[in-house]
Write a protein that binds this ligand. Structure first.
Ligand code: AMP
Length: 368
């Protein structure tokens, strides 16, 4: 069994590290020449995606070059992704040669915020009210202020987002040359949680427990699972929304759903058609981690148990300096991504296991 992953980042690295023990082999498609490949070096075949060529005024891939790429990758049984912002044309060009998991439809829906909102709305899954490509001045008449503007395709970790605090901001935004965006109502949430789930080829679904997430300037800094103060209703609702999404797009693999908690209700902020940073804790705190379950789903194995072993926290290592490795305690595990150190770059994470949420929080605070 060989799986090719589009992307050479840390998620590809951890997918390979989780699949290799089961005898699965990996190949990586280096699709972004601005990204380096250090994370996956030594874990399998790495090949550049071919350049697109102009044909009938449209940039497309040459079928012969795609076949050459497929052979150079070692004729993988399937192709998967480590990020939503992959070139759909590349995915579609590979589709005649092998299975694509998750489906092209799932990747397409999740890589564009407007399409993602439309999918949620079609399935009656609550999400904040929004307008697509509408003047900010017009939109805030309905949405009120503050409101959030988000680029449909370029934004992640809070990038390419603007907070419209008042009418003056809206007027200023409307003068900018920005296309393909949504404006959505600001949500006064109690907290943010995520649901990570996996669906197999046979339609079987398993859910991990809800996870508490802390973001700073839009970027995830820490997670703790299981999320505290979640009622049976929160849990059942999150699982029901997830199942409806997974079944709708005949999903195979792991999907992440980021949710705002508002009292007894959930509003869905974002979907990711892939393993997710808020699921990294499963490497230490669950019988089967999200990475292994993604591989098991793609390989057609029985999905592994998502049962939680213990309270677990995850602290992202972001930034300027390598961590103080000597501070890693006996019940903590470091995952270092083999990247060069740069400001605001996710370089690694540490998973902490413990008896209580308090002890985990204390360990994470001691470290950071
Ligand atoms: P996103 O890129 O959509 O995941 O947003 C990054 C972070 O910005 C979220 O995790 C929230 O903390 C915050 N955020 C995004 N959308 C909203 C919203 N509509 N209202 C309030 N906060 C938001």
């Amino acid at each position: 069994m060989r799986i090719a992953i589009i992307g050479c980042g840390q998620l590809s690295r951890m997918l390979a590290l989780a699949g290799i023990p089961s005898g699965v082999e990996f190949s990586f498609i280096h699709d972004d020449r601005n990204q380096n490949r250090d994370c996956v070096e030594g874990l399998g075949i790495i090949e550049f995606a071919p350049e697109k060529k102009q044909s009938d005024g449209k940039a497309t891939y040459d079928a012969t070059e795609i076949e050459q790429l497929y052979k150079a990758l070692g004729n993988p049984d399937c192709v998967t992704v480590e990020k939503e912002q992959v070139d759909l044309e590349l995915v579609k060009a590979l589709a005649p040669l092998c299975a694509i998991y998750p489906s092209v439809a799932a990747i397409e829906a999740c890589q564009h915020r407007g399409k993602e909102k439309a999918l949620l709305t079609r399935l009656d899954i609550p999400t904040s009210a929004y307008f697509y490509n509408t003047s900010a001045v017009e939109a805030i008449k309905t949405l009120g202020v503050p409101a959030m503007v988000k680029s449909c395709t370029e934004g992640y970790d809070g990038k390419n987002q603007w907070l419209i605090k008042n009418e003056a901001d809206a007027i200023e935004f409307d003068t900018l040359d920005i296309e393909d965006y949504i404006i959505e109502a600001f949500v006064n949430f109690d907290k943010e949680v995520s649901q990570i789930s996996v669906r197999g080829k046979d339609g079987a679904i398993k859910h991990y427990p809800l996870t508490d997430n802390v973001h700073v300037k839009g970027m995830l800094t820490q997670s703790i699972a299981p999320a505290v103060n979640m009622t049976e209703s929160h849990i059942a609702t999150a699982q029901q929304y997830m199942e409806s999404l997974l079944n709708e797009v005949e999903y195979v693999g792991v999907m992440a759903m980021e949710c705002f908690v508002i009292g007894d209700h959930l509003k869905i902020n974002e979907l990711a058609p892939r393993v997710h940073n808020s699921g990294h804790w499963t490497q230490l705190g669950s019988t089967t981690c999200q990475f292994e379950n993604h591989i098991r789903a793609l390989a057609g194995f029985i999905l592994g148990s998502t049962k939680q072993i213990s309270v677990t926290g995850m602290l992202n290592l972001v930034g300027n300096e390598p961590p103080a490795f000597e501070k890693i305690a006996e019940n903590a595990k470091l995952h270092w991504y083999n990247k060069s150190v740069k400001p605001n770059r996710k370089l690694g994470h540490i998973n902490f296991i413990g008896e209580t949420h308090e002890s985990i929080t204390q360990q994470m605070n001691n470290f950071s």
